[in-house]
Ligand binder design. Structure first.
Ligand code: HEM
Length: 124
């Protein structure tokens, strides 16, 4: 097991990787791009997949350090897990629905804000 703070660094690096890749896809799609006319598809897919994994690794590492591994996770953690699921599922959505590409750039940082709020204030 690593120290809690190292798990947090891993968590944040994962978040940065995931948002960079989703942002890249959204900007590309907003400018009329698609899956076929990109030269960075492999790099973005790798950044996205690794980022998504690092969020989990860091998140579950911190949970272990905080003694939250037994039983049902508290509500604030459940909300974060749902946000992770949503973020992990929607990376290619701007290609399928280009009209969503611009709203993505505004809505996704707000979703990150909700996840951070849950971690800091633990309202339930
Ligand atoms: C499966 C998904 C996730 C799990 C299991 C998880 C779990 C955790 C845990 C256990 C903490 C530590 C809370 C504490 O110290 O009391 C934490 C902190 C944090 N999480 Fe997550 N998280 C997840 C997803 C996310 C997502 C998607 C974001 C942002 C987009 C995020 C942003 C943060 C941030 C910024 C902190 C640091 C807050 C602080 O200063 O302590 N997390 N997370």
């Amino acid at each position: 097991m690593f120290p809690r703070d190292l798990y947090e660094i891993i968590h944040i690096i994962g978040i940065a990787m995931l948002f960079v890749s989703i942002g890249g896809v959204a900007v590309h799609a907003a400018n009329g791009g698609n899956k076929a006319n990109t030269s960075t598809r492999g790099l973005v897919a790798a950044m996205f997949g690794l980022g998504s994994f690092l969020i989990l690794l860091g998140g579950f590492g911190m949970m272990a350090r905080l003694g939250l591994v037994r039983g049902m996770p508290p509500g604030w953690l459940g909300v974060k897990m749902v946000i992770w699921l949503v973020l992990s599922a929607i990376v290619l959505l701007p290609y399928r629905k280009p009209a969503l590409a611009r709203p993505f750039l505004v809505i996704l940082p707000l979703l990150a804000g909700v996840a951070v709020y849950m971690a800091l204030y633990k309202p339930f």
